[in-house]
Design a binder for this molecule. Structure first.
Ligand SMILES: [Zn+2]
Length: 397
C-alpha cells in the first residue's frame, strides 16, 4: 500500500479515464495528514462509478423511482404554505434542478439552505441571486465568521492539503442543525455519492448514511487536522464557534428524526441537462471562460477557491478536475474515451492561476509557499522530478 492507503499499482478504467487512486468520501472528522483513504473499487478493469452508471442507464426503472418519490413527498407535503422539505445548495445547476423539480413537479414547498462559499465569483453570486428571485424560493444563507473560517481553511491547507475540508463540515452539517431547529424533517441532497464512488451498497440507498453527519467521539474528532481542544487552546476557535460545523451526536440525530435523502436516487441526474434546465428556468450563467484545470464552463462556479480543491486532489492522488468531468461525460455518452484521454493530458492538474492570488491572500500564504507545502504531499508512487519539474509517473491512455 502506498501513501494515504492508495493502491501501489495504478489502474485506469477501460471505459472512462478514472484511476484506482480516486478516493471516496470519508468521515471528514477523521482526516489526518497521513490517514488512509478508501479508494474506488475496480472489477474486471471497470471502475465502480462506471458499473453504477450502467446500472442507472439500463437497469433502473425511473418511472417506478418517481412513484417512490411521490409517495415520500405525500408523507411530508404541507398544504398550509409552510416549508415541507429542505434543499441545501449554492444555486449551482443541480440545486436549481432539485428545488424546481420538487416545487413544480411534486408540489412541494422547499426551503433552500446555503453554506456560503469562501469567496464568491461574480457569476456564482448572480446565479445564487437568480435562483432565489427567479426560482422563487425562501433561503437561509449562513456565512460563518470570515476570519475564523479563513484560519480553519489555512490550517486545513497546511495540515492536510485539503483547503475545502472546513467548508465540507459546514456544508454537510449546517443544514442538519437548521432542519432540526425548524422541525423540517425531509432534506433532499443531490446525487448519490456512489455515482462517483461511494461505499459498498450505497448506490441502492435512498437515505443518506449517518456516517456523513454523526460523530460521537468529540475528543478524537478533528477539523483541519486538529482536535477541538487544540483548536480552542492554540487558535482560539471554540465549540460555540464551530456549532454549525459539528456533526450531530447519535443522540441529536435520534431526537431530530430527520429524513435526509438523495434526490439522485429518485430522479435521473444528468449534469449537462441540468445545466440547460437551469438556464431555461432562471437564466443560469456559465463561466465566462473555460474553468482552469478542465475544459468545461458550467460545473461548480460559485467559489473562487474551487480550483484549489481539485488541484490539491491532483497533487495527493493524481486525480484532477478534468479526469472527474471527462470520466462523467464518457459515462453519459457525451465524450468518446479517446477524446477524454486527450483532454486529461491537456488540462488535468493545471494550476488555478486566475484566482491564485485571491486564494493565497485568503489563507495568508504566498503562491510560492502554496507550492512548497503542496510538494510535501506528493506521494512517491505517483510523482517524480524530471529536469526540475514534477511529472506524474503514469500516463492516461
Ligand atoms: Zn470508469
Amino acid at each position: 500500500m502506498a501513501r494515504y492507503g492508495l493502491p501501489d499499482n495504478i489502474e485506469i478504467c477501460k471505459n472512462c479515464v478514472m484511476t484506482n487512486q480516486k478516493v471516496t468520501p470519508s468521515q471528514v472528522q477523521r482526516d489526518t495528514k497521513e490517514s488512509k483513504k478508501n479508494t474506488l473499487k475496480f472489477v474486471d478493469g471497470l471502475c465502480d462509478p462506471c458499473r453504477v452508471h450502467m446500472n442507472k442507464t439500463y437497469e433502473i426503472d425511473w418511472d417506478k423511482r418517481s412513484e417512490e418519490l411521490e409517495i415520500l413527498c405525500s408523507k411530508y407535503r404541507k398544504s398550509d404554505g409552510s416549508w415541507d422539505c429542505i434543499v441545501p445548495g449554492s444555486g449551482g445547476k443541480d440545486s436549481v434542478f432539485q428545488s424546481i423539480m420538487l416545487k413544480e413537479k411534486y408540489g412541494m414547498n422547499p426551503l433552500t439552505v446555503t453554506w456560503a462559499p469562501h469567496i464568491y465569483t461574480e457569476y456564482g453570486w448572480r446565479n445564487f441571486d437568480k435562483w432565489i428571485k427567479k426560482g422563487g424560493f425562501d433561503n437561509f444563507l449562513f456565512t460563518p465568521n470570515g476570519k475564523k473560517h479563513a484560519l480553519l481553511t489555512r490550517l486545513a491547507f497546511i495540515n492536510l492539503l485539503h483547503p475545502f475540508q472546513p467548508f465540507i463540515f459546514g456544508q454537510r452539517n449546517y443544514v442538519m442543525h437548521i432542519a432540526k431547529q425548524l422541525g423540517v424533517k425531509l432534506i433532499f441532497f443531490g446525487e448519490n455519492p456512489a455515482e462517483y464512488g461511494g461505499f459498498e451498497g450505497e448506490d441502492v440507498m435512498s437515505k443518506m448514511d449517518r456516517m456523513y453527519y454523526v460523530e460521537d467521539d468529540r475528543n478524537n474528532m478533528k477539523i483541519s487536522g486538529l482536535t477541538l481542544k487544540e483548536l480552542d487552546e492554540k487558535h482560539n476557535i471554540n465549540e460555540q464557534d464551530l456549532k454549525y460545523y459539528l456533526p450531530f451526536t447519535t443522540k441529536e440525530a435520534d431526537e431530530s428524526n430527520l429524513d435526509p435523502r438523495w434526490l439522485g436516487y429518485y430522479l435521473k441526474f444528468h449534469p449537462q441537462e441540468n445545466y440547460y434546465f437551469a438556464q431555461d428556468k432562471i437564466g443560469f450563467e456559465p463561466n465566462d471562460e473555460r474553468t482552469e484545470g478542465t475544459y468545461s464552463r458550467y460545473n461548480s462556479l460559485d467559489d473562487r477557491t474551487d480550483g484549489f480543491h481539485y488541484w490539491t486532489g491532483y497533487i495527493k492522488f493524481g486525480v484532477g478536475r478534468t479526469m472527474h468531468e471527462a470520466s462523467q461525460e464518457v459515462r453519459n455518452g457525451e465524450l468518446l474515451r479517446e477524446e477524454a484521454v486527450k483532454l486529461v493530458n491537456k488540462y488535468d492538474g493545471e494550476f488555478p492561476m486566475r484566482y491564485a492570488q485571491d486564494f493565497a491572500d485568503y489563507i495568508g500564504l504566498t503562491i510560492d509557499e502554496i507550492h512548497e507545502i503542496a510538494d510535501k504531499f506528493r506521494p512517491d508512487h505517483l510523482w517524480e522530478k524530471v529536469d526540475g519539474e514534477w511529472k506524474l509517473k503514469f500516463e492516461i491512455k
